[in-house]
Design a protein around this ligand. Structure first.
Ligand code: COA
Length: 324
C-alpha cells in the first residue's frame, strides 16, 4: 500500500469588482480588440481597497473545507502559493491559519509566482506521503493588481486578482494510476531567465514593493516549450498518453499559450478548462480557480484524470497529474 494525497474538496473566491477591457480603454492606451486578440482576456476581478491576499485566501479555504465536508480542526498543513503576500512577513498562510481558528499545524507561503499552486501541491503531497501531514489546505491567492504598473499597457491588461484552494487528505492506494489522488508531480526552475518576468522591487534590493516587468514575447516562447515538456514528463512517468487525460487545467496566462501547448500535446481544446477570458492571469490562483469552476459545474467528475500545468517567473514550471 502507498499513501496518496486525495483531493477532498475545492473552493475559490473572486473579488466582487469586475473591470472590463472597455473600462481599461478609458485609462490605458489600449483597445478591447488588441487585448482579446493577443490574450483572450475580456475582463478581470480586482480586489477592493483594503481587501488583501489573505482575505481572498481565507474565503477560498472556507469554500474548499465546506466542499470537503471538513473543518479547520482536520487540517494540519496550510501552504499558500503567492507572490503578493499581505506583508513581507509573516506568511499569508499564518494569517489564514489564525482566521480559521487553528492553533495547531504548520502554515507557510511558497513563492513560485504563476507556478506557485503546482509547487504548493507538490510540497503538500510530499508532506502527506512522508507521513508528516494528514490533511492540507493548498491555496493559490494573489492581488496582482497591487504590483501592476497601470501605465505599462504591456502588462497591466493581462492580470487579475483571486484565490482558489484544494483540501488534500492522506489515503491508502495501490500505487497504480487507477488510484484516486495525486499520481505524480514534476517541478523545474531555471533562474537564468529571471529578468524576462520579474518585479523591480523587494525589501533587500530596493526597499520598495516594485512593479511587474515582462518581456512578453520571450516569456511566450519559453512558456509553450516548457509546459509541453513537463506535461510529457508527467505522462511518461505514469505510462500514460495525452488521450488518457480527461481534463487539462492549465495556468491561465493567455489563450494563445493554452492553445499552443494543447496543440503541441495533441490535446483537444474541449478537454481544457479555460477561465482566462473572465479571470485574466491570476498567477498562483488561476489553476485552483479553474479547477473549482470545473468541479462545481460538473465537468470534472470523480475518477477522472486531471492534469495541472503551469509556468511562471523564475522561470518556474511544473505539472501535477491526479485522479480526482
Ligand atoms: N494594447 C495595445 N497595444 C499594445 C499593448 C496593449 N495593451 N501592449 C503592447 N502593445 C503593443 C506594443 O507596444 C507593440 O507595439 P509596437 O509594435 O508598435 O512596438 C505591439 O503591441 C506588439 O507587442 P508585442 O509585445 O510584440 O506583442 P505580442 O504579440 O508578443 O503580445 C503579449 C504581447 C504580452 C500579449 C504576449 O507576448 C504574451 O502573452 N506573452 C506572455 C505573457 C504571459 O503570459 N506572461 C505570464 C506568464 S506566467
Amino acid at each position: 500500500m502507498v499513501i496518496r494525497s486525495q483531493i477532498a474538496g475545492v473552493g475559490s473566491y473572486l473579488p466582487a469588482r469586475i473591470v472590463t477591457n472597455q473600462e481599461l480603454e478609458r485609462s490605458v492606451d489600449t483597445t478591447d480588440a488588441w487585448i482579446v486578440e493577443r490574450s483572450g482576456i475580456r475582463q478581470r476581478h480586482i480586489a477592493a481597497e483594503g481587501e488583501t491576499t489573505s482575505d481572498l485566501a481565507f474565503e477560498a479555504a472556507k469554500a474548499a473545507l465546506a466542499h470537503a465536508g471538513m473543518t479547520a480542526d482536520d487540517i494540519d498543513l496550510i501552504i499558500v502559493g503567492t507572490a503578493t503576500p499581505d506583508h513581507t512577513f509573516p506568511a499569508t498562510a499564518a494569517k489564514v491559519q489564525a482566521r480559521l481558528g487553528m492553533t495547531k499545524g504548520v502554515a507557510f507561503d511558497l513563492q513560485a509566482v504563476c507556478s506557485g499552486f503546482v509547487f504548493a501541491m507538490a510540497t503538500a503531497d510530499n508532506f502527506i506521503k512522508a507521513g508528516q501531514a494528514k490533511a492540507a489546505l493548498v491555496i493559490g491567492a494573489e492581488t496582482f493588481s497591487r504590483i501592476l504598473d497601470w501605465n505599462d499597457r504591456g502588462t497591466c491588461v493581462l492580470f487579475g486578482d483571486g484565490a482558489g484552494a484544494v483540501v488534500l487528505k492522506s489515503a491508502q492506494g495501490q500505487g497504480t494510476t487507477a488510484d484516486q489522488g495525486i499520481l505524480s508531480t514534476h517541478l523545474h526552475s531555471d533562474g537564468r531567465h529571471y529578468d524576462l518576468l520579474y518585479v523591480d522591487g523587494g525589501p533587500s534590493s530596493t526597499k520598495t514593493t516594485g512593479h511587474v516587468r515582462m518581456k512578453g514575447n520571450e516569456v511566450f516562447r519559453h512558456a509553450v516549450v516548457n509546459m509541453a515538456e513537463v506535461v510529457g514528463e508527467a505522462l511518461a512517468a505514469n505510462g500514460l498518453q495525452s488521450t488518457d487525460i480527461d481534463w487539462v487545467v492549465p495556468h491561465q496566462a493567455n489563450i494563445r499559450i493554452l492553445e499552443g501547448t494543447a496543440r503541441k500535446l495533441a490535446i483537444p481544446k474541449d478537454r481544457m478548462v479555460v477561465t482566462v477570458d473572465r479571470h485574466a492571469n491570476t498567477s498562483a490562483a488561476s489553476i485552483p480557480l479553474a479547477l473549482a469552476e470545473a468541479v462545481n459545474d460538473g465537468r470534472i467528475k470523480r475518477g477522472q484524470l486531471i492534469l495541472l500545468e503551469a509556468m511562471g517567473g523564475g522561470f518556474t514550471w511544473g505539472a501535477c497529474l491526479a485522479r480526482y
